[in-house]
Design a binder for this molecule. Structure first.
Ligand SMILES: O=C(O)CCC(=O)C(=O)O
Ligand SMILES: [Fe+2]
Length: 313
């Protein structure tokens, strides 16, 4: 994570979160909002999302986007990179594909798992997963990882090691609900395969994952990573890695050019709010060309659990 992995352009930007170009990911019903508030404190974060949900409503309609143009120009700029695919049946949850360019893309399914079932999974995971908060090494210094973690993997795989930490690999058989979630992912992503799972638990506003790419060699050059979120919604931010070419240019010219500033200001950043029960898939060259983070958010007081399914080659 911050921690592990490709640190290209990571360190310099650690405290410098991008001003996010937001994608509002549809609305939740009043009943859901109420239930969410009753269930966990998330400090009104999701209510904010309800107010800006018309731009990309959950049935995939972009009809109202013009109405919002004057209110939020930034959202309009996203229409060029967001493709809304028509669901195959009216019951299927809406799937959005976000083309990041150059062979990288994301899929986001907000209502991937039913709302109440997602709380059942949340409660199970919160209670039964053997969470640990390991000491890791970042830039030569030991520190506590800023979130709880656990690792589940099929037997015989190459071990995962990040930031000097080698998590114990638990068995899938120890946690049957994880197989149910994996089956749901396989239904949504026919042809995909995953044999390992990194779980993260963010216990409040100051837990986070810093900029990183999941680009360990064990995942190969174009890993597919399926990320399921439960509980308090949090922002997930992506930023394009700076190419060596750009840094060479910078040295020669003594500073960033106007052109480069313009390029890196908008299409090189993405932000999604990962909702309770949602699925985000990162594909293609996303790990090679982009870094991502879940920044601290003062208002995200509740607990969030995130599962990232991966394939160790
Ligand atoms: O919590 C998340 O949404 C992302 C976690 C993550 O990036 C990771 O485990 O590598
Ligand atoms: Fe990651």
């Amino acid at each position: 994570m911050e921690e592990r992995r490709n640190m290209n352009s990571t360190a310099a930007n650690r405290s410098n979160q991008p001003s996010s170009v937001g994608i509002s990911d549809g609305q939740i019903t009043n009943e859901e909002a109420e239930s969410l508030h009753k269930k966990k404190k998330c400090s009104g974060h999701e209510l904010k999302e309800v107010t800006c949900s018309d731009t990309f409503s959950d049935n995939g309609s972009l009809n109202k986007k013009r109405l919002h143009y004057h209110q939020d120009q930034r959202r309009m700029s996203l229409t060029s990179i967001v493709t809304v695919e028509t669901p195959s049946s009216s019951d299927a949850p809406t799937r959005r594909t976000i083309d990041l360019g150059h062979g990288s893309d994301l899929i986001y399914i907000q209502r991937f798992l039913p709302f109440q079932q997602s709380w059942t999974f949340f409660d199970y995971l919160d209670k039964h997963i053997p969470w640990t908060r390991p000491t890791i090494r970042v830039f030569g210094r030991s520190c506590l990882q800023p979130r709880d973690t656990c690792y589940v993997a099929s037997s015989g795989l190459t071990a995962l090691v990040y930031s000097g930490y080698r998590p114990n690999a638990y068995s899938w058989d120890d946690f049957p609900p994880l197989k149910e979630i994996l089956d749901a992912i396989y239904k949504a992503l026919p042809g995909s395969r995953f044999n390992s799972l990194l779980l993260n638990r963010y216990k409040g506003a100051s837990d986070y994952v810093a900029w990183h790419a999941d680009d360990e060699k064990i995942y190969g050059p174009t890993p597919e990573i399926a990320s399921v979120s439960f509980g308090c919604e949090r922002d997930f931010v992506l930023k394009k890695k700076k190419h060596e070419e750009s840094s060479q240019e910078k040295t020669v010219n003594g500073g960033p050019t106007k052109k480069r500033l313009k390029r890196s200001s908008r299409e090189d950043q993405q932000s999604l709010t990962l909702k309770h029960g949602s699925l985000l898939v990162m594909r293609g060259y996303t790990q090679r060309d982009w870094i991502h983070s879940v920044p601290k958010r003062a208002k995200a007081e509740g607990t969030r659990i995130n599962l990232t399914f991966r394939l160790v080659l």
